[in-house]
Design a protein around this ligand. Sequence first.
Ligand SMILES: [Zn+2]
Length: 443
Amino acid sequence: MTNALMQPIQDSINKVCKQGLLPEGQSLEDLEAKDDLELVDDYPHFDKPIDKLSENPSVMALIHMILQKAIYASASEVLIEPVGGDLRLRMRVDGLLKQMDRMSAGLHFPLLANFKAISGMDEKEQNLSQEGRFRIVTKDNQERDFYVHLLPSAQGENIFLRALHKTPDLLDLDKLGIETSLVKELKELSLKPQGLMLVSGPCDSGKTTTLYALLKNFDSNKQSIMTVEDPVEFSIPGFNQVDIKSKPGLSYPKALDSILHQDPDVVLVGDIRDSETLALSVKAAVTGRKVLASLQAPTAAGAIVRMIHMGLEPFLVTSALSVVVCQRLARRLCEYCRLPYTVSEDLLDTFGLKKLLPFHDGQFYKSCGCERCLKTGYQGRVGIFEILVLTKEMKDLFSKNESQIQGLAKTFGMKTMREDAILKAAAGLTSLEEVLRLTTADS
Ligand SMILES: [Zn+2]
């Protein structure tokens, strides 16, 4: 790189530091001195030493800084895009995109060149989209893999990074934020040899985590456990996992039909999207198999109605289905900066808190924002749930109408998603704003 280009780049990097990419008081030199990220060179495309990958150590330092920030913020995605003469840096944190900085457009080309080099892409290609990967090790010896995608746009190539999780900790059911009595009930339902356990909610609502937490109750040494997923997000030893993405022409119904020939005890269906998959899942659940599946639906009662709309006879719903876990992920208030305040009696009434928690003093917390939560006021997420258990009594009174199913479930003690969210807000885990953003009023 020529010296004429170097100075504006250095200036831009300094500007970035001043604008808050680094914690206050730290400079780029501190960052280099700390050297707490290390690029790993066991990826096949590293046919040259890492120190030769970049002509410009300052740009590598900027990449380190961006990655450090992403890891520190637990960002799932990093987007670097040329916009309006600047280079915009955004990160997706807890499901929401946040603008982190605007950098000088002069950094675009050097950043592209370095990302291409470290993730094994063709450095000269500018007109086609490209993908690659790289791995870094943090100072506490954790390996982090990143998927990189470059997309040529009218303004130049957009840089997209996604943090990949290699070995997730499979969570226990009791760590998800589900009420203790319901966790016990879910575990008991898992032990029954057959039946369909459904997890519903929109995209990015934590359905896969819940499905795997349910799967953890089974013993892969004593039972045959098979999954059909698109794609397989986490590979788990002991499970037979079929990845629909991996084979052209493979679909949920085809994969499900063929694994049922191998007589599994437990089947996980990643997503029921069509009538055929639903029919096969239900057939498996009424013929001696345990089926865990996800279905997109906004409420637990809505999931039942959706199955009927997808062509399933109501008698098959009641004979196959044992429970619907409907869920969302609310942003968790940052415990370092959340602020307590007291909610008026009127508002408590509106939220029905008096009925849920008669002795609550009306203290809630609101988001504020500090360095630790990147000034968002939130850090991490907490699940909110609506869990409809189809008891025998409920099945006898079954209806095809969503509000009637909801009403019936409530008389049998179901807490609605809004009620569960309000209880979590009353416990200081999330804010009333999140409750309103994610749930609708109970009818
Ligand atoms: Zn904070």
